[in-house]
Design a protein around this ligand. Structure first.
Ligand SMILES: *[C@@H]1O[C@H](CO)[C@@H](O)[C@H](O)[C@H]1NC(C)=O
Ligand SMILES: *[C@@H]1O[C@H](CO)[C@@H](O)[C@H](O)[C@H]1NC(C)=O
Length: 244
């Protein structure tokens, strides 16, 4: 009598544990399958030379932190006063140089990504690129409209030229690069200023250690040049041309 009572009890638990282990076994076989194939599908955090900073629990907490920098009253004051003319002066020189290299023209439709108060946009206008606009999480009219670089508020093939010095703020660098390649016209130019030899600020979402990860991310574009610049803590200019 005791026997017959225990037996179903044991077998019931045995089947239950077998049932519970199925998802785990499926997971293991999935892991085995995905790690052995398709390097292409690895998240950008797994691209050598590019590290996503840990600690963001959600996209919303990431955006909140970025807004914290953009809305910091001390920084905003600096950006609009002491920084304003100095930045416009330096960026005008960068843009004039790109014009000399025939990568930027007065007639280019240009976008600045992560444009803050619009210093770069103003510099573009001063060197003669009148059709220029910026995007940032916080708008600063009339130079900068509201926009998240992970989801640019523009149609495909809108711009001839895109400039950004905020790559380090991208939580999803693959999305950042995809959006630029989507909104550039065929043959359009993307200019990035990045920090390779020093770490950027506490608001950065990734750390880049070489140009190689960028070459992987800009798969629909060709590398035009890489050169050293002195751009407010950013030391390297990387230029891509979107394929025709
Ligand atoms: C934003 O800044 C305030 C004041 O410096 C700080 O208390 C808060 O924790 C910050 N929030 C985030 C999400 O970083
Ligand atoms: C481009 O614009 C600048 C500034 O307005 C002007 O000096 C220059 O002559 C223009 N270049 C061409 C090729 O039209």
């Amino acid at each position: 009598m005791k026997e017959s009572y225990i037996k179903p009890f044991v077998s019931r638990y045995f089947s239950l544990s077998l049932l519970l282990s199925i998802p785990f076994l499926l997971f293991l076989s999935y892991k085995a399958a995905t790690t052995s194939s398709a390097v292409e599908s690895l998240p950008s955090s797994a691209v050598p030379g590019l590290k996503i900073r840990p600690g963001y629990t959600s996209y919303d907490s990431y955006i909140q932190r970025q807004l914290n920098k953009t809305l910091d009253p001390k920084l905003r004051k600096i950006w609009t006063t002491r920084d304003w003319n100095r930045k416009i002066h330096v960026f005008s020189a960068f843009f004039n140089d790109l014009k000399k290299k025939n990568l930027l023209f007065n007639s280019s439709k240009a976008l600045c990504i992560g444009a803050r108060m619009g210093q770069e946009v103003e510099a573009l206008k001063r060197v003669g690129v009148s059709d220029s606009i910026g995007i940032d999480l916080v708008p600063s009219p009339p130079l900068v409209m509201k926009g998240d670089f992970h989801h640019q508020p523009f149609d495909d093939e809108t711009f001839d030229f895109e400039f950004s010095n905020v790559f380090d703020h991208a939580l999803y660098p693959d999305k950042f690069a995809e959006e630029i390649q989507r909104t550039l016209k065929p043959g359009g130019i993307c200019v990035l200023h990045v920090a390779l030899s020093r770490r950027s600020d506490k608001y950065s979402a990734n750390d880049l250690f070489s140009v190689e990860p960028l070459k992987k991310l800009f798969k629909r574009a060709g590398l035009v040049h890489v050169r050293t610049v002195d751009g407010f803590g950013l030391d390297t200019e990387v230029v891509f041309r979107k394929n025709n």
